[in-house]
Design a protein around this ligand. Structure first.
Ligand code: SOE
Length: 363
């Protein structure tokens, strides 16, 4: 079955989604943006069949199977719930919602409607992330003792850098953590197979004013986490780190060996040992099955971010077709991220107290 896709939002992520849907052999049926004019321009630029006047008209369209919600964060709940009410499956950009309550409503609505709700925690789809996960699962790392992870960007490093994300009304009470810290924590839990049981956070807003508007959400988050098996981790999240463009790095240290994945070098995995460390390159001929299935070209032909996004969309569409693909991030994972975000905000607001996170099934 060809999945018929609609899109709400035609910006950077809307473009990423449309390219991934095309590569996943979906049909680009309709798009809506913040104004009819922007919708027409984006539909033309992105090669989508038609433009709808607004998000409500798109969500209600009868010739869609799935709606991709790529609007500003504060509109995700409204747009996704409208699409679900019309019987559509939903792929909703992260953060799923700007409050736990909204995220809970979205999880409940998708379940009640019997539709797929997916969230692009896309870094799960680099083949070498799946390879790292397989090595942990088979015990090659041993018992994980410590985690050293960071997600660093620099697109907000100047005082006059701003967009809707720096406006808490559109972006949410948390920015750096909800936007990219959520990816980092999702990857920690996905690769380790453990849950973050408690955390303590400090946040910092460097520029209280951007683009003439006051800023009420954070630029930087420093986190200490403890996993449910006692592993301890330090996580740093910043969007003001000059030279770090999309610097997601995850390093795990186990009793047997260490593993390091750096998103900007996705073909590699560093395996650290006392008796000689290795830099391992993606090779579907020898990688674990759940890694190899994501490889669309042989080793030596670098895959990247857009390939990972295509693999995520292909899995989401397989789920729409009734399959159960390994590691598909769903609305439940989006709700998990919303709960961790709230714990970060609560801890920081109380000066960095340890907060127990809600117990949830292992990823
Ligand atoms: C901006 O920080 C952004 O586009 C995030 O919203 C994405 O989730 C991340 O993958 C890249 O950076």
């Amino acid at each position: 079955m060809t999945v018929r896709a609609g899109f709400i939002g035609g910006g950077f992520m809307g473009a990423v989604h449309t390219r991934a849907v095309r590569a996943a052999r979906g049909e680009l049926v309709a798009l809506a943006s913040s104004t009819p004019e922007k919708g027409r321009a984006a539909a033309l630029e992105l090669g989508v069949g038609r433009a709808e006047a607004d998000a409500a008209a798109l969500a209600a369209a009868s010739d869609l199977d799935v709606v991709h919600v790529c609007s500003p964060n504060a509109q995700h709940a409204e747009h996704a719930l409208a699409a679900i009410a019309a019987g559509h499956h939903v792929v909703c950009e992260k953060p799923l919602a700007t409050t736990v309550a909204d995220a809970e409503r979205m999880v409940a609505a998708a379940a009640a409607a019997g539709v797929v709700g997916a969230v692009p925690f896309v870094y799960r789809y680099h083949p070498m992330v799946r390879q790292a996960r397989a090595l942990v699962a088979e015990g090659a790392v041993g018992t994980i003792l410590t985690i050293d992870a960071a997600y660093l960007q620099d697109w907000l490093s100047h005082a006059d850098d701003h967009n809707w994300r720096t406006d808490a009304a559109a972006g949410g009470a948390s920015r750096a953590f909800a936007d990219i810290g959520s990816h980092l924590c999702d990857l920690v839990e996905f690769v380790t197979g453990r849950r973050i049981a408690r955390l303590t956070a400090r946040t910092r807003t460097v520029y209280a004013d951007r683009g003439g508007a006051s800023v009420a959400n954070e630029d930087i988050v420093a986190l200490l986490v403890e996993l449910d098996d006692g592993a301890l981790g330090t996580l740093l999240v910043s969007q003001l780190a000059p030279g770090r463009k999309n610097g997601l790095v995850l390093e795990l240290h186990g009793t047997a060996q260490s593993i390091r994945f750096a998103q900007e070098r996705p073909e590699e995995l560093w395996l650290g040992r006392r008796e000689g460390s290795q830099l391992v390159l993606r090779d579907p001929a020898s990688d674990a099955p759940d890694s190899a299935r994501l490889s669309i070209v042989p080793t030596g032909h670098p895959m990247g971010y857009q390939d990972a996004f295509t693999a995520f969309v292909a899995d989401a569409y397989a789920a729409i077709g009734g399959a159960a693909p390994e590691g598909l991030p769903t609305f439940a994972d989006g709700l998990r991220a919303a709960r961790l975000t709230q714990a970060v905000l609560d801890s920081a607001a109380a000066g960095g107290v340890w907060i127990d996170t809600p117990h949830e099934e292992k990823p």
